[in-house]
Ligand binder design. Structure first.
Ligand SMILES: N[C@@H](CCC(=O)N[C@@H](CS)C(=O)NCC(=O)O)C(=O)O
Length: 202
């Protein structure tokens, strides 16, 4: 029995829902009522002591951290493959997943969380401007990596794109205009049926 504790607006949980669709894996979705603070209550903290979504439960095995969940699904359900077969390809996937988290996801959260959920007077505009700069710098680097390629690693859609999809969705909200190669890559990612099926409500 597989169960994903998630929130429909969560970017990190969306990664897992995308991978489940790509691999055609059934999963019960349990929405955590974050507006009511359910993620910080003892019942949920017993599952995930950090009080965050997503959390995956599978026959008593509990896992949090979206990238670890993606790697677990890949290891237990290798087909269709979302990582290359060779060690170097896998290492590149690991590297880009990590860079997505530390150079894009965190900074995007600093901008989109206040914009989506807080009144303007509670925004930390200085931190948001700094985050935007860091995103722009990161996308300049990604531009070089993606130039001349369809997908980031090898010649196939991979966990790298699974990780990036929920965050590039919000480039308009972070008011970053991506360089042309990143823009085209973003379009390819967002056109994927698994991305279309998981677009968050406005
Ligand atoms: N590194 C975590 C990040 C998860 C995360 O920050 N989730 C957000 C929702 S998108 C959350 O639960 N925030 C609540 C909190 O941090 O208290 C992952 O990759 O799963």
């Amino acid at each position: 029995m597989r169960r994903l504790h998630q929130h429909p607006l969560s970017t990190y949980a969306r990664r897992v829902r995308i991978a489940l669709l790509e691999k055609n894996l059934p999963c019960e979705l349990v929405d955590v009522d974050m507006a009511a603070g359910e993620h910080k209550k003892p019942a949920y903290l017993a599952l995930n002591p950090y009080g965050r979504v997503p959390t995956l439960e599978e026959d008593g095995f509990v896992l949090w951290e979206s990238t670890a969940i993606l790697s677990y699904l890949e290891a237990t359900h290798p087909e269709p493959a979302l990582v290359p077969a060779d060690a170097r390809g896998r290492a590149l996937v690991d590297m880009h997943m990590k860079l997505c988290d530390i150079q894009l996801a965190r900074q995007t959260g600093l901008i989109i969380f206040p914009k989506r959920f807080l009144p303007r007077e509670r925004w930390d505009e200085k931190a948001m401007a700094q985050a935007k700069k860091e995103i722009e710098r990161h996308l300049e680097i990604v531009e070089k990596q993606i130039s001349g390629r369809e997908w980031m690693v090898g010649d196939a859609y991979s966990l790298v794109e699974v990780c990036y999809t929920p965050f590039v969705q919000f480039l308009p909200l972070v008011e970053v205009v991506p360089p042309p190669g990143v823009a085209a890559w973003t379009e390819r990612m967002l056109a994927r049926p698994s991305a279309v099926a998981t677009v968050p409500a406005a």
